[in-house]
Ligand binder design. Structure first.
Ligand code: MRU
Length: 376
């Protein structure tokens, strides 16, 4: 079950965006999410008391973005365990909620493994639930640490590539505190540049069809006092042509072993534009997003979403109801092509930044080396 409630705070991070938190009121444990479908119009929280509610929140993008999906998935397993539901069944449903961001299955499996190990050891369901929660909390904390390290590595890379300072950075989708235990991935790098006085402008792609750039990245940029400008996705070409972009910074939902990068649809065209205009195209993602078990870009499953997200404008709290609750912008019955992600081949990626450092040029061997070094 899920319930909406007015935001009640409880967030200690400097950016002050409470994307997710675990609470234990007398009625039983709950997972509290900032409902990202309502932003930026209102800050409303969604209180989940079971895994099916969380699955729905994931599918509707109330909670979204690769690292946060991992954290949410882990807490979802902990929630099912703490409330006495069938944990393997809940884990399976959570893992299947969205296919592309590998972090979701990483998070779910980590909490499930902790639960199973403790159950096998002690035979105590309460102890096993505690182990699942500890695993979720550890992942949450580690993601915050990874975010800070990615910001530092990413800013050093940016400064090295653009020695003049005054960076003008184009970003796509939303990769900030709303998707992370910390301050995010690509956005965290831009934020670090801003704090050091080296961000001249953050160009924010609106990110059709669900407007994560307009609704969420602009919201985060404004909260942080950054100099930002919103553009329609199809205005990016003329912006590059005008020489207004020094670097592209994006996140990732899954990075295959060959360095192919799945990210929000519209990322690949930016990579092509960046190559044509000789602008660095930089991907920032934690190691939990690197999937060495996926051989290459062709093996990445790209989520296909409902057509109404394209045939209607899914404005937050749309008042005029189309089939999906949005404002119709196409004739009734129009078919739509709506992949949620696209895949950028490694040869178009200048660098991949993780918490462990920078891979550039992006090769299968270099990526494998970074993963091996991280696991010791
Ligand atoms: O469909 P979404 O909003 O979950 O897509 C999110 C993205 O594509 C992000 O760019 C990606 O998860 C990286 S966030 C660090």
């Amino acid at each position: 079950m899920a319930d909406h409630q007015a935001r009640s705070g409880g967030d200690e991070r400097p950016s002050g965006i409470p994307a997710i938190r675990w609470e234990e009121p007398p009625e039983g444990p709950v997972l509290v999410l900032l409902d990202q479908t309502r932003l930026p119009v209102e800050e409303v929280e969604l209180v989940c008391t079971d895994a099916p509610a969380l699955v729905e929140a994931i599918r509707s993008l109330a909670v979204r973005g690769a690292p946060l999906l991992g954290i949410a998935g882990a807490y979802g397993v902990a929630l099912a365990a703490a409330r006495g539901f069938d944990v393997p069944e809940a884990a399976q449903a959570l893992e299947a909620a969205r296919p592309t961001a590998v972090n979701l299955s990483v998070g779910v499996r980590r909490a499930l493994a902790a639960h199973e190990a403790e159950l096998a050891r002690s035979g105590e369901p309460a102890a096993a639930a505690g182990a699942a929660l500890a695993a979720a909390r550890a992942l949450h904390r580690e993601d915050a640490e990874a975010s800070a390290r990615m910001a530092a590595h990413g800013l050093a890379l940016l400064d090295g590539l653009l020695p003049g300072g005054g960076h003008r950075v184009l970003t796509h989708c939303n990769t900030g505190a709303l998707v992370s235990g910390g301050e995010g991935t690509a956005f965290a790098v831009a934020l670090a540049a801003h704090r050091e006085g080296r961000l001249r402008r953050l160009w924010v792609d609106e990110t059709r069809p669900l407007l994560q750039g307009a609704r969420l990245t602009a919201y985060e940029a404004a909260r942080n006092g950054m100099a930002y400008t919103l553009l329609t996705d199809n205005a990016a070409g003329s912006l590059f042509a005008a020489g207004e972009v020094d670097a592209v910074l994006i996140g990732a939902d899954r990075i295959a072993a060959d360095g192919s990068v799945a990210n929000k649809v519209g990322s690949y065209p930016l990579a092509v534009l960046a190559r044509h205009h000789q602008v660095p195209f930089i991907v920032v993602a934690p190691l939990t997003t690197v999937d060495m078990a996926t051989a290459d870009g062709a093996a990445i499953e790209v989520e296909q979403r409902a057509g109404f997200e394209v045939t209607e404008v899914m404005a937050p709290q749309a008042q005029v109801a189309g089939a999906g609750g949005g404002i119709p912008v196409a004739p009734l019955g129009t078919q739509a092509y709506n992949p949620a992600f696209d895949v950028t081949p490694p040869e178009l990626v200048t660098a991949i930044v993780t918490e462990e450092g920078v891979v550039s040029p992006v090769t299968r061997e270099a990526l494998a080396g970074m993963c091996a070094a991280a696991t010791g």
